[in-house]
Write a protein that binds this ligand. Structure first.
Ligand code: ADP
Length: 594
């Protein structure tokens, strides 16, 4: 389309210009020709009249010498179409001699131009071009020159005529030749114009085609123009432009890809909204955090957000007229999300969009709650023995010290409470060290059986006190694990102590040490009070106790199992518990064998 339009515009303008130029040149040349020939014929007539004829005319009596004049006249060499007449004004303008015999003795007034004759009779040189309608409109130049005697009286008129028919014939022929030449030149220029326009439009057309392909996303196209002219330079520039554009687009798309990967792999949920609350972008975490499906995202943002919070809709955020802000989305399950938003603004105008990021703060909240509970628990655990110690000390100071037996009992209580406080502080310190990774772990090859035996020795007295029946069944193979001997001893000690504590007198405790699936397993089973199902998941929490009062009476701190769990985790082992209220419990630790 471009090709043909430029080409034909070019050709038509070219054609018009050449045509007009040729016409102007043609008209100009023929006009010049015409005036040249008219001038020439005037000069010819003047020369004939003044040089050739005047010479032989007698000073007087033209009429009497007419035969002589006639003889001279016809002998004058004259071009074809030229005629000469000698007129006697005193004889009623009779033609007394002529190059054409038939006019002799005829009236000049009737046969020649009257005005010219009368003017020259009045002593004026007169010249006139007359169109001869009979003779194909050819022009005839008439010239009448007065002939004077010595007294300056007009005694004759030299009348000459030049038929310009030949000249006009020549002019006509030259016009025809010129026209033909013009047509040939036009034809040649059209072909030239076509070739030239093609040489211009072809590369432009190629550039256009390639630009069209580029518009469709194909940037591997190159224009092949081998000329060094402006078109060649244009093509080179176009190629440079194409490669730069490709490079820039590649960079942009790789940046976009990077950004997409970052956004879609973000743990935080992200959503972007435009000025009409339409969702422009969101990541998988957003769907996951709000338990949404792709289908929900067809809704507009406000309708979607209303399901979770009416404070986080685009409408309400816009009304606040703030740039940044945040809100909390709470779920019945306890899950909590923190939504931080930033409104998009063009200049100082009102919000033109929104970017909202969701952060799961459930865990943070749980930890915060735990921290507060922990502080409350520690304070409470310490308060009880301190109160007891304080009141017993006061009683002693108030006089009970005097009664030895009572004082001894009181001091025993104080001592017990101090022990309890010491145990509590010890356990807390140990947990704190474990939390802060300050504890020194001394990993070595440990024989689990030896640990169990050592622990049993320590607890022998307690078992006997409660008259419990303890059985220890162990594999003959040595059970070696990579562990910290002291810490594992504490694990076994805590588990067996709990079994003793939470099993009534005369109860049964079964210990088992065996291997299975390359794990060393130590199990402590009792037929004690058991643990309710709902508490099973919580007994490893710090200060969690099924029955606080009983645990405290039995000297527990509520930290034993959490220490056990910590130590087993550090050994990359596992701990499992099975229990039924009033039937008993079974704790199992599984440690990787060496
Ligand atoms: P405590 O110092 O109170 O024993 P632990 O962390 O050792 O703290 O145990 C947490 C709670 O788990 C105990 O208070 C008790 O309610 C329960 N528990 C632990 N071992 C047993 C068991 N063998 N039988 C019944 N309950 C147990």
């Amino acid at each position: 389309m471009l090709k043909s339009s430029i080409r034909w515009k070019f050709i038509s303008v070219y054609f018009l210009l050449v045509f007009v130029a040729m016409i102007i040149v043609g008209v100009f040349i023929t006009k010049e020709f015409e005036s040249y020939y008219l001038n020439k014929s005037r000069l010819d007539l003047q020369t004939i009249s003044l040089n050739s004829i005047k010479k032989f005319l007698p000073e007087n009596n033209l009429y009497e010498n007419r035969e002589n004049i006639q003889t001279h006249l016809i002998n004058i060499p004259m071009q074809f179409g030229y005629e000469a007449f000698i007129i006697d004004p005193n004889r009623d303008y009779e033609i007394i001699a002529s190059t054409k015999n038939i006019f002799i003795n005829k009236s000049a007034i009737k046969n020649l131009n009257e005005i010219a004759i009368l003017k020259s009779a009045n002593n004026e040189i007169y010249e006139v071009d007359i169109t001869d309608k009979k003779d194909n409109n050819s022009k005839v130049k008439h010239m009448a020159i007065p002939y004077l005697n010595k007294s300056n009286e007009v005694i004759g008129i030299i009348y000459t005529k030049a038929n310009l028919k030949d000249i006009y014939e020549i002019l006509k022929n030259s016009r025809t030749i010129f026209l033909k030449g013009t047509l040939v030149a036009l034809f040649i220029t059209i072909i030239l114009g076509f070739v030239m326009s093609t040489s211009i439009t072809k590369p432009i057309n190629e550039v256009t085609k390639i630009a069209e392909k580029m518009a469709k996303g194909d940037f591997d196209q190159r224009v092949n123009v081998n000329s060094n002219d402006e078109i060649g330079q244009l093509a080179d520039m176009f190629n440079i432009l194409t490669s730069k554009l490709k490079l820039t687009l590649d960079e942009i798309s790789s940046e976009k890809e990077k950004l997409d990967v970052i956004i879609s792999s973000m743990a935080d949920g992200l959503i972007a909204v435009d000025g009409d609350a339409n969702i422009i972008h969101y990541n998988p975490s957003f769907l996951r955090m709000l338990n949404l499906k792709e289908g929900h995202m067809q809704l507009d943002y406000d309708k979607l957000m209303l399901k979770f919070s009416d404070k986080l809709t685009y409408k309400s955020i816009k009304e606040l007229n703030t740039h940044k802000g945040s809100g909390i989305i709470e779920f019945k399950s306890g899950k909590a999300l923190k939504a931080t938003y930033t409104t998009l603004r063009k200049g100082e105008k009102e919000a033109s969009g929104l970017v909202l990021v969701l952060q799961d703060i459930t865990e943070n909240r749980r930890l915060e709650l735990m921290r507060r509970e922990f502080v409350a628990n520690v304070s409470h655990e310490l308060k009880t023995p301190i109160t007891t110690i304080k009141s017993y000390t006061e009683t002693l100071l108030d006089g009970a010290l005097e009664e030895e037996e009572l004082a001894k009992n009181f001091l025993n209580v104080i001592n017990g409470e101090s022990d309890r406080m010491a145990r509590l502080v010890r356990d807390l310190l140990q947990l704190s060290h474990m939390d802060n990774k300050k504890l020194n772990w001394n990993f070595e090859k440990v024989n689990l059986h030896h640990i169990v035996i050592d622990v049993l020795k320590k607890l022998d007295l307690k078992i006997k006190e409660k008259n419990q029946k303890l059985e220890y069944e162990y594999t003959k193979k040595m059970v070696y694990v990579n562990g910290d001997k002291d810490k594992l001893e504490q694990v076994v000690l805590n588990l067996v102590t709990n079994a003793i504590k939470y099993t009534p007198e005369n109860g049964e405790i079964n210990l088992k040490l065996y291997t299975k699936n390359s794990k060393g397993i130590f199990a402590v089973k009792d037929n004690g009070m058991g643990i309710p199902k709902e508490s099973l998941g919580r007994i490893f929490e710090r200060f969690y106790r099924v029955d606080k009062a009983r645990s405290r009476d039995l000297g527990g701190t509520g930290l034993g199992l959490s220490i056990v769990k910590h130590i087993i985790d550090e050994h990359k082992g596992k701990i499992a518990v099975r229990s039924k209220v009033s039937e008993g419990s079974e704790f199992k630790i599984l440690l990787p064998l060496i």
